[in-house]
Design a binder for this molecule. Structure first.
Ligand code: NI
Length: 140
């Protein structure tokens, strides 16, 4: 018996285009219901978070982020966050994907917990579409 057998019912509000994209993936992957897809997405989110919390010690890595540069104040907010972490940011690369969307790759080095905090600050920022942190330990 797992905890999953105790079902709770929740109601959520989502932007239509987000739901459309989600449904498209569910359809493509052959999910039987939206609930099943949402359960799966939540499990992935939880395991990603657990993986993030294992990032410790001196690390080298990259943060990959996608955002819409036309959103009000977004660029200057991102710049503020990055400047607050100037000790761990070694370099960054910006690529204009389309007229609106940007891809930014940030090269980071430092204590794992600090790299995580930086990634989480960016993740929590409204308007940033996606943020991914990948790191390797300097020594084992
Ligand atoms: Ni750009």
């Amino acid at each position: 018996m797992t905890m999953d057998d105790d079902l709770s019912r929740i109601g959520i509000s989502l932007p239509k285009n987000l739901l459309d994209k989600f449904d498209e993936i569910l359809n493509y992957r052959g999910y039987s219901s939206r609930s099943e897809g949402i359960r799966d997405a939540i499990r992935t989110y939880i395991s990603y978070y657990k993986w993030m919390s294992d990032v410790k010690g001196e690390r080298e890595g990259v943060i990959t982020m996608v955002y819409d540069h036309e959103q009000r104040n977004l660029l200057s907010d991102i710049m503020d966050i990055e400047h607050n972490y100037h000790e761990v940011i070694k370099a960054s690369l910006h690529s204009h994907i389309t007229h609106e969307r940007c891809l930014e790759v940030i090269l980071v080095h430092g204590d794992g917990s600090q790299l995580k905090t930086l990634a989480e600050k960016l993740m929590a920022h409204k308007g940033i579409e996606s943020v991914k942190l990948t790191t390797i330990a300097i020594e084992d």
